[in-house]
Write a protein that binds this ligand. Structure first.
Ligand code: HEC
Length: 486
């Protein structure tokens, strides 16, 4: 057995549940840190008291979800430790020190965030100090996401496929090649923008609910306006997501081809009850785009504070159009047309909703809040479900990290005795190759090289900056010419 099972529920779904729950809350918390700071600064500079009030209420909400998210994260750690004991031992080999920093950040964030909310009124005379504290939360939150994305990216694209190679260039517990893996940057950018967007749409959704619950004209005006500002912030962060999305899929195509094709073709766990979660997610994103364009078109005619420049709105539409066309070209035009139809349908629905509510956006706010929640869930799910499962990869690392005396107790996903635990003999040359040739590409590049002009190759690599003495270069060249393994 490679892991425990909870009767009736597969361990995989237990982790999936915790993971998705965590994403739904943590992503919103990160986005809210940004939105609260923007609102508070905007309110202060333009002396609009209602935005300050809205920022404060949002911060209370933020404190609550931050608590829920953190406690859920502990649940996830427990579940992983119990159900897949190999997981953390493997992850700690690469990420122990970053995770210690992560833990410290949790502490710092919980205290600062709570303080920021509860001292809102007390620090009224020191508004700039209060704003600074709020702004400080943004980099702290983003640093927390940054570290976790190192792990997240690593599970999708271990990049330097051989664990041993990766570790050669790090220290035990901090493996920077694993951290800065091929999809790290794309995941980072994608999440940074999408989290803010998601939090904004959810806040607008909350205003929508309040609009249904109150008859008071002043309050309605308040929620309509605050919902709008949250909506605009959310929509503004839609801007470059399609560009990032496109390059993200490009990185995946090269570095995580199985995950890429599973996503594109809807294979394996991407299909849930026959529904392709990745396509559905994109369908919903296109719907959000259609609705947002309609909303902007309708509302921006009135003279409102805090608006988005028109050119930005049209750029968003244009970027999405380009994204869908690009995906149409590399994948299938069906994708393009389906997204087009989704955007049109949702635009029509939105027109109807605005009209039937006498231009109140309450129904639209709620609809968009729900859809953005669903896109985050579906996107988070599809991302993790598409990749080869981490636990299946872990066994490939077993011989590398487990001290010899513990080898007999290894948990590998096969019957005992199936895998003889061999200690690989490495030659000096192989060691050199592992050591010096992995800075710029994986060993696979070398293994896949078909010609045998190794003199030339090594010379070129030295010109590129590979550190090799003449003797070492000679050794490696001879070794590679002889076609020996490494
Ligand atoms: C400083 C960065 C760097 C290091 C270190 C490095 N390479 Fe490369 N290597 C490159 C780049 C860039 C390319 C792709 C460009 C090219 O094909 O010329 C490449 C490509 C290759 C290729 C494929 C060439 C082809 O034409 O397909 C081989 C084989 C190769 N490297 C072998 C090695 C070996 C062996 C070492 C260790 C001695 C090494 N590399 C170390 C940068 C490096």
């Amino acid at each position: 057995m490679s892991h425990l099972e909870i009767p009736g529920i597969s361990a995989k779904w237990v982790i999936g549940f915790f993971g998705l729950f965590h994403i739904s809350v943590a992503a919103m918390a990160i986005g809210m840190a940004f939105i609260v700071a923007v609102l508070e600064i905007y309110a202060y500079r333009n002396k609009i008291r209602r935005y300050d009030l809205f920022a404060k209420r949002t911060q209370l909400f933020h404190v609550c979800i931050y608590n829920i998210g953190t406690i859920n994260a502990i649940g996830l750690v427990f579940a992983l430790s119990g159900l897949y004991p190999q997981f953390w031992s493997q992850i700690f080999v690469h990420f122990f020190w970053p995770l210690i920093i992560e833990e410290f950040l949790f502490f710092l964030l919980a205290t600062t965030l709570t303080f920021h909310y509860f001292f809102w009124e007390h620090l009224w005379g020191h508004k700039k100090l209060h704003i600074t504290l709020g702004v400080l939360l943004i980099p702290l939150f983003f640093l927390q996401m940054y570290i976790i994305n190192g792990l997240g990216g690593f599970m999708l694209t271990p990049g330097f496929k051989e664990g041993e190679v990766s570790l050669f260039k790090g220290i035990l517990g901090y493996d920077f090649k694993a951290m800065y893996n091929p999809s790290f940057l794309m995941l980072q950018l994608h999440r940074a923008l999408a989290n803010i967007s998601y939090a904004g749409f959810c806040l607008a959704g909350w205003c929508g609910i309040r609009l249904y619950l109150t008859d008071d004209a002043k309050k309605r005006d308040y929620y309509e306006d605050c919902g709008r500002i949250a909506y605009y912030i959310a929509f503004a962060f839609f801007l470059s997501i399609p560009i990032i999305g496109y390059f993200y899929s490009h990185v995946m195509m090269k570095e995580a081809s199985q995950a890429f094709w599973d996503l594109m073709l809807g294979r394996g766990d991407i299909l849930v009850l026959g529904i392709d979660t990745w396509w559905l997610k994109h369908f919903l994103v296109a719907a959000m785009l259609g609705s947002s364009l309609v909303y902007f078109h309708r509302i921006d005619k009135t003279n409102v504070p805090f608006s988005l420049p028109k050119v930005m709105v049209w750029s968003i539409a244009l970027f999405y159009l380009m994204f869908y066309m690009a995906m149409g070209m590399v994948m299938t035009w069906l994708f393009f047309w389906l997204m087009f139809i989704a955007a049109i349908i949702s635009a029509l629905i939105s027109l109807f909703l605005l009209h039937s509510n006498k231009n109140s956006a309450r129904a639209l706010f709620i609809l968009l809040g729900v859809i953005s929640f669903l896109t985050v869930m579906l996107g988070g799910y599809a991302r993790e479900a598409s990749r080869p499962r981490f636990v299946d990869r872990v066994s490939a690392y077993d011989n590398i990290y487990v001290p010899e005396e513990r080898s007999p107790y290894l948990m590998v996903p096969v019957k005992p005795g199936d895998i003889p635990i061999v200690k690989q003999e490495t030659t000096k040359e192989a060691q050199l190759i592992h050591d010096r040739c992995v800075d710029c590409h994986t060993l696979d590049v070398i293994r896949d090289y078909k010609d045998d002009d190794w003199d030339e190759v090594i010379k070129t690599m030295i010109n590129y900056g590979t550190e090799l003495t003449e003797d070492e270069a000679k050794l490696i060249t001879e070794y590679l010419k002889a076609g020996k393994p490494f």
